[in-house]
Design a binder for this molecule. Structure first.
Ligand SMILES: Cc1cc2nc3c(=O)[nH]c(=O)nc-3n(C[C@H](O)[C@H](O)[C@H](O)COP(=O)(O)O)c2cc1C
Length: 333
């Protein structure tokens, strides 16, 4: 007689060669507590270490690869070697809990904080809204300089002790602006067809890999939909991700949604982004992470058991209650 054990939140998972003890991931969430220079602070050391106990993976908040790319004025960055000093304290503190920690690398593009951005840039000169203003269209040499920023950020991520990288290609920030036909109207190698629109992400991943090698986890966070006809959708994302996976550039995908335009989904219910994650998962071998109001153990177990996603990322409850993960996982003190 054969017995099959079904998967659940407690089942270990390997992402890019790193074994997670369970499938509970802390979602990246900005703390708005960086120094004016974009350095992490003592707050970050305490905040992340306090929430790391018992979870499978911690993903640190959006961390800017360029000084002109912070999403908010008090975001943290990784755009000089000096930035790695406090980040190393964060990773050391999380590692004392035996928990792996990834960094989320980002650039805001046309949604970079105007207060700390000298030159607002984007694939095309289309504003997000009036408050951000009109961005300048990136030249090819500026695009190449940005890819170099990601490469240097990857080098520094390793210096800072991170176990992996999540590339932020969601929520309407720079990489998402390249991917979407709504914000990318270029007619050169970085626009037009799907291949053109995904070239910036592909070149960025290749630059990151040139620093990390193949045996270091690199995952991507995407927005599965732009919530508008003519925008990105899960079907197109599946094709983009499948191609990046085939090129050996990706070890996982974290499926969020929206942010390209000031449009909110009509109904934000528990698991509202889950159908898109499940649809994308059908096309991929690499682990898929679901996120969005997945707040109960039974819901998380069902998602994993039914193969809708391989892991769940959880956000807001961890801000409100630092012990939330331990309660949800069911750890005893
Ligand atoms: C205060 C706050 C800050 C956030 N910062 C980020 C971020 O830096 N990067 C990111 O990709 N998502 C960010 N998010 C989105 C979360 O990662 C997550 O996708 C979202 O909160 C939905 O998950 P939840 O329902 O479990 O909170 C943030 C969310 C909140 C509430």
């Amino acid at each position: 007689m054969t017995t099959t054990t079904s998967l659940n939140l407690d089942t270990p998972l390997t992402i890019g060669g790193i074994e997670l003890r369970n499938r509970f991931i802390m979602a990246p969430m900005q703390q708005y507590k960086g120094s004016p220079e974009g350095y992490a602070t003592e707050h970050h050391v305490q905040h992340y270490s306090r929430r790391a106990k018992g979870i499978g993976l911690m993903i640190v908040e959006s961390t800017a690869v360029s000084d002109n790319g912070r999403l908010w004025p008090n975001d943290i960055g990784i755009y000089s070697d000096r930035h790695t000093e406090m980040l190393k304290r964060v990773t050391d503190a999380v590692h004392t809990r035996d928990t792996p920690i990834f960094v989320q690398l980002s650039h805001g593009g046309r949604k970079s904080a105007p207060e700390v951005t000298d030159r607002l840039i984007a694939p095309s000169a289309i504003p997000y809204d009036e408050s951000y203003g009109k961005p300048a269209e990136l030249s090819i040499s500026e695009i190449e300089a940005l890819i170099e920023d990601y490469r240097m950020a990857a080098r520094r991520s390793i210096m800072a002790g991170f176990d992996g990288i999540e590339v932020h290609a969601a929520h309407g920030f720079l990489i998402h602006q390249f991917l979407s036909p709504i914000s990318n109207l270029r007619n050169d190698a970085y626009g037009g067809t799907r291949l053109g629109r995904m070239k910036f992400l592909k070149d960025t991943l290749a630059a990151i890999r040139s620093e990390t090698g193949r045996n270091y986890p690199v995952i991507v966070r995407i927005s599965s939909t732009d919530y508008i006809d003519g925008g990105l959708n899960p079907q197109e994302h599946a094709m983009i991700l499948k191609s990046l996976e085939a090129d050996g550039l990706l070890d996982g995908v974290d499926v969020s949604s929206g942010g390209l335009l000031p449009i909110q989904p009509a109904d934000i219910h528990p698991g509202y982004q889950l159908p898109d994650a499940a649809a994308i998962k059908q096309h991929l071998q690499i682990p898929v992470i679901a996120v969005g109001k997945i707040y109960t153990r039974s819901f998380a177990d069902r998602i994993i058991r039914d193969g809708l996603a391989d892991a769940v990322a959880i956000g807001q409850p961890l801000l409100e209650d630092p012990d939330f993960a331990q309660k949800m996982i069911g750890l005893k003190e």
